[in-house]
Every structure is written in structure tokens, then in C-alpha cells.
Design a protein around this ligand. Structure first.
Ligand SMILES: Cc1ncc(COP(=O)(O)O)c(C=O)c1O
Length: 361
């Protein structure tokens, strides 16, 4: 791994040697008692992280599988897709591709989704489902989930699907207390696992809605997950190596402590924010709505982001992200997710200083 370039992009993030080692354990049958013990063993800790009494399901797919599945399982009448960046915009497209009636609640990239905007749309009575990306990774915007969930409670027939792909385990997200109907995340972001696995939980009323919908398919049928979970299994052959990795990561998370983990992410995020200000850059997201897991830096100084990334890679063997889609080069993103520490983030920021101060050295 000597030629490895360390990842500070907002996913996939760096994976520890301990996690890789966990993945190398010998294979077991997915219908065996060993697998049932593995799955049952991690379940209470997953429920505690999701802050739910519902079972937490493991999907052998990236997050998009469950994001699409949630649309197929829940949308009967019409879905309101909240759009504020690349991933949330795409979800609207996915809803339409699933043949669902869908409408966009669209704000400019860099803005959050506000609870009042959702309330106005839901007051029309047209919708039975809302999709929300908690932390829009492309723009570094964190939408106000607690306020949005409070508004949703005024519309008890409307189900809320929340993508926490890049916020899960970074800050508290209380599924049951907030009344979230589907909470989903992926493996390669703040959990610092390799890609290929999604985790999700489903409320009772969302299961009831799914039971009314005929075209759920098979692979992402929430009721299949529920049925198999009753015997600590998954509907199809799961990514057992990644589940070993997850088990190992849960050991890490619970030995660090969930509150300490959240505090670490906040602290590291603050280090990056202080650097942004010291260098004279702006933030792409407004104050109060900035991600805790990554920083989307506005390139107001008009540096060559491409050169910065190239120099960082060549000189320090690290990589940050050069901006997503239409804001490539106008922004760049620094991740503080996963296993990063005060030391690794401080080192990265010093390396960025070196690249900016001595571009041709
Ligand atoms: C917020 C968010 N949602 C969904 C996705 C899609 O995840 P995947 O490509 O792993 O399916 C991403 C990927 O970066 C993301 O950041």
C-alpha cells in the first residue's frame, strides 16, 4: 500500500487496516447458524445507532438501491422530492424512472431545504411521500431535519424518507423520535467501510404502505427484508465480508462512544472551517446549514483547484475533491468523515497550506 493516495474525498473514505483484516475472515453460509449469530449480534448496536426499535436491514447494494427501493415500496399517490444538490436532484429523476407521480421542491445548490417550504407543498394534499437528503454531499449543505420532521408530523398520512448517507454516525439522528419512515445510509462514508452495502430501517406505517403496493419488485422489497429478518437473515446472499467489516466498525464506534464520535466529527469539522476562514476562502453553504462531515469550500479566491489537487497528490500523497458536477472548480470539498483524527486533519491542512503557498516548489 506504499503508493496509496490517502482519501480526504467525501466518500469513499479511508478504510483502516483493522477493517480490512476483519473482512478477511473465512466465508460462512448465509443460511447458517454462524450467519444468524453474526447478524443478530450486530442488530442491537445498529438499532442504537439508528435510535430505533425497528429492525435495521442490510442491503447488498450501494445507497441508491435502497433509495430507489424506498420509492417503489412507499409512493402510492405522489412523491415530493426535495432537491438541493446532485444527489437529491437525482432522486427526483429516479422517482420518475420508477413510473411514480413526482414533483420537485427545488432550491438553488448551496441552499438548504426549509421546513416551511415542505409544509406549503404538503398543504395541497397531493402528496403521500417526501424524500429528503439530510446532508447533501455535493454542496456540503445540512438541511434542518428536526424542523422538517416536526412539520411532517402535521401530515400523518405523508411518509418521510431520509437519506443520511453522509451524516450517519456523524451527528445524532433519532429515527423513532423524529418520526422518520425510512432512514438509510451507505457503507463508504462516515462508517469508513468499503462501498457495496447499505443499511436502512422502516417504520410500521411504511411497512403498511408497502403492503398496499403491488410493484415492489423483489430485491428491494421491504416486506421481504422484514420476513427474512425474523430469522436473522437477508432475502438474498449478502455481502458477508462487509458485514464482518461492519461488526468490527461497530466495535470501534462503541468503544469510542457515540457521543465522543459525534464530538470528534464536530471538532475536526471546526478545524477545517478555521482553515477556510484563515485562508480567506468562503463556504458554499450558509452559516447554520453547514455539513459536519465535509466542508464544501467556495473558490472565491479563484485558485486552480486542479493544480491544488495535483500538487497535493504528488507532494503529499493525499487527495481532496475538486467539486461536484456543475460546481467543479468553483468549489472543492474536504472530508472529515470516518476515522480521521485531530492529527490527520491538522496534517492535511498544513499540506494544503504548503501546496497553496509553494505551488511550484
Ligand atoms: C447524500 C448521498 N446520497 C446518495 C449517494 C449515492 O450513494 P451510492 O453511490 O453509494 O449509491 C451519495 C453518494 O455520494 C450521497 O452522497
Amino acid at each position: 500500500m506504499s503508493d496509496h493516495i490517502k482519501l480526504f474525498i467525501p466518500g469513499p473514505v479511508e478504510v483502516s487496516e483493522k477493517t480490512y483484516a476483519a473482512m478477511c475472515r473465512p466465508m460462512i453460509g448465509h443460511r447458517s447458524k454462524d450467519f444468524q449469530a453474526l447478524y443478530a449480534g450486530i442488530q442491537p448496536r445498529l438499532q442504537s445507532l439508528f435510535e430505533t426499535k425497528q429492525p435495521v436491514f442490510i442491503s447488498t447494494s450501494s445507497a441508491w438501491g435502497v433509495m430507489e427501493g424506498a420509492i417503489r415500496n412507499l409512493v402510492k399517490k405522489k412523491v415530493l422530492n426535495c432537491m438541493c444538490g446532485a444527489f437529491s436532484d437525482k432522486w427526483f429523476d429516479v422517482s420518475k424512472r420508477c413510473g411514480k407521480a413526482a414533483e420537485a421542491l427545488e432550491v438553488p445548490w448551496g441552499s438548504p431545504i426549509m421546513a416551511g417550504q415542505i409544509e406549503e407543498k404538503l398543504a395541497t394534499g397531493e402528496f403521500d411521500t417526501v424524500t429528503l437528503i439530510h446532508n447533501e454531499t455535493s454542496t456540503g449543505v445540512l438541511s434542518p431535519l428536526a424542523e422538517i420532521a416536526a412539520v411532517m408530523r402535521k401530515f400523518p398520512d405523508v411518509l418521510l424518507i431520509v437519506d443520511t448517507v453522509s451524516s450517519f454516525s456523524v451527528l445524532p439522528i433519532a429515527m423513532d423520535a423524529l418520526g422518520i419512515d425510512v432512514l438509510l445510509t451507505g457503507s463508504q462514508k462516515a462508517l469508513a467501510l468499503p462501498p457495496g452495502m447499505a443499511l436502512f430501517a422502516v417504520s410500521e406505517r411504511a411497512f403498511a404502505r408497502a403492503a398496499e403496493l403491488p410493484d415492489r419488485g423483489y430485491y428491494f422489497d421491504f416486506l421481504e427484508f422484514k420476513k427474512n429478518q425474523e430469522s436473522d437473515m437477508t432475502p438474498s446472499t449478502p455481502t458477508i465480508s462487509l458485514i464482518y467489516a461492519l461488526e468490527s466498525k461497530l466495535d470501534d464506534i462503541f468503544s469510542e462512544g457515540i457521543a465522543a464520535r459525534h464530538a470528534r466529527h464536530e471538532r475536526l469539522n471546526n478545524l477545517v472551517h478555521a482553515w477556510v476562514k484563515r485562508r480567506g476562502f468562503d463556504f458554499f453553504a450558509p452559516e447554520g446549514f453547514r455539513s459536519k462531515s465535509l466542508t464544501c469550500v467556495a473558490n472565491n479566491l479563484e485558485i486552480s483547484v486542479e493544480t491544488l489537487i495535483k500538487t497535493l497528490k504528488q507532494r503529499h500523497r493525499c487527495v481532496i475533491d475538486g467539486g461536484y458536477g456543475k460546481i467543479k472548480g468553483k468549489t472543492f470539498r474536504i472530508s472529515n468523515m470516518g476515522d480521521e483524527t485531530d492529527e490527520t486533519i491538522t496534517t492535511l491542512l498544513a499540506q494544503l497550506d504548503d501546496c497553496l503557498d509553494h505551488p511550484a516548489a
